[in-house]
Design a protein around this ligand. Structure first.
Ligand code: FMN
Length: 216
């Protein structure tokens, strides 16, 4: 989430880059449920990250789209959330069983970008984040998906205003979340806009690939 606007709106933000952390796999030993309740026996950076997450009002999961899904790095981290689960089950409001959690899990926001032009590539992530929120006993307040993701770092002069407008809409979304805990329909629409048509984008990608391969 765009930290500056969010800060201007009165929120404190913490950016955690999983790539900078040493977070190992959940080994399914279930010690965090039965032997050392609430504490994971794997000693790595997960505890530090959990401390940062504990007091947050909102958790934002952000990932590039990898093979139609979240990155493995994010998934490894999510699996380690076993430690905030309880071995006991309860039925949710729809009558479906889920593990209780030992903390009140904040609302979730999902952000992802992908290389292809269509937003349909985010179908799996969108389905997953809503199931994941249900599993944790919380809800998703916003999903932000950016297709044509390569254009976010474009140097093509004609595209820069469009990218700048998009980043501005992201800032607005951040501000709205801080003040109202939701994103307005107007801002959602701005965030759903394509930078360029699918066909022009695909053509540009082809030119780019051609130019790189010719260099070699
Ligand atoms: C391993 C891997 C798998 C990818 N799979 C997809 C995919 O299934 N669909 C897609 O549109 N883009 C895919 N991409 C492109 C990435 O989503 C894109 O490079 C990324 O969103 C750019 O984010 P970044 O600027 O943070 O690197 C893949 C990239 C990698 C490295």
């Amino acid at each position: 989430m765009e930290a500056i606007k969010v800060k201007q709106a009165g929120a404190e933000t913490v950016n955690i880059f999983l790539a900078d952390k040493n977070i190992g796999y959940c080994t399914a030993c279930k010690a965090c449920w039965f032997n050392t309740p609430g504490t994971c026996v794997v000693k790595d950076d997960m505890n530090e990250v959990l401390c940062l997450l504990q007091d947050a009002d909102v958790w934002i999961w952000a990932t590039p789209l990898y093979f139609d899904n979240i990155s493995s790095m994010l998934k490894v981290f999510i699996d380690r959330l076993m430690v905030i689960g309880s071995p006991y089950w309860d039925k949710d409001k729809d009558g479906e069983y889920r593990h209780l959690t030992t903390i009140a899990v904040p609302k979730l926001i999902m952000m992802s970008n992908c290389g292809y032009p269509e937003t349909s590539h985010f179908q799996v992530i969108s389905h997953w984040i809503n199931r994941h929120a249900r599993n944790l006993g919380t809800e998703v307040i916003c999903e932000i998906y950016t297709s044509e993701g390569a254009l976010l770092s474009t140097q093509v002069a004609e595209l820069l205003p469009m990218v700048s407008d998009y980043l501005q809409a992201l800032e607005t979304a951040g501000k709205e979340i801080v003040t109202t805990m939701q994103v307005s329909e107007k801002t959602k629409k701005l965030l759903e806009q394509k930078f360029i048509s699918d066909e022009v984008y695909a053509q540009e990608v082809k030119f780019y690939v051609d130019s790189i391969l010719k260099m070699g």
